[in-house]
Design a protein around this ligand. Sequence first.
Ligand code: CP
Ligand code: NVA
Length: 309
Amino acid sequence: APCMAGRDFLSNLDMSSAELRTVLDTAASMKRGEWRNVKPLLGLSLAMVFEKASLRTRTTFDVGMYQLGGHAITLSNQEIGLGTRERVSDVARNLERWVDGVMGRVYLQQTLTELAEHAGIPVINGLSDMLHPVQLLADYQTIEEELGAAAGKRVVYIGDGNNLANSHIHMGMLTGSSVTVVTPLGFEPNGAVLQEALRQGADVTLTNDLSAIDGADVLYTDVWISMGQEAEADRRRKAFQGYQVTPTMLDRLAPHGIFLHCLPAHYGEETVPEATEHPKSRVFDQAENRLHAQKALLYHVMGGMKPRW
Ligand code: CP
Ligand code: NVA
């Protein structure tokens, strides 16, 4: 049965460790094809609101809804003008009359909170400047496939302390993995996210020291210049010198260690094509798992809803 029925998913912390376990088990089962003839979202629609570009998020939510018997509609911000053409609360109060869920890719986390507050249907975070929780579901599905249980595994995130870094810290809190975030000075992850993780006793470490990579089970990186930060490109490229993930860096992982990247990659910056093509790379399995993990999430959030028409 759906374990998060009707709830919002704005952060990985919107689910308990037990609910994460259930969602990842469902994702694995869906990947094995066991849900092929089940249409739990028959007659349900998901509105997808994009303030930013996307390949993976858009395709996987759309295909995922279709495969579960539902339907997805893409709304670009050029069309709907969230907060400019009309206020966010009015968008929310329109969407809730027609569709059964909303997925939003936005700049401000606050926009999602506001949508969720005013729409009486589940709202899912498809990336904000603060967090990227659906990405981390796919990432931990991939980690489990390759390495077994995440608890105690050493996950090293290197690069910018951005939305991905923050969500990695959340996953350390939920799974008991050991999360090390390696950034240059001044590019640390969100202070409140870190404080809360430490307060709860999570195994989370911040450092500027690249030796954290040695023996890691997972090395993860993301772009140095996120969507919306284009004006800071030069300053950022300079600050991140030395943090590029190369095949030489991958040799420092544990023998069974894997390399992950949420993609898109800015080759020549945070990594190089040779790392993507390296035997330790699992980046395309990770991208595939976006589909399975989000289908599982959609089922657990929307699976109990009745078509309203
Ligand atoms: N990783 C990820 O979210 O990809 P897109 O930006 O293409 O959706
Ligand atoms: N940190 C990146 C992730 C893209 C999937 C961004 O926000 O642009």
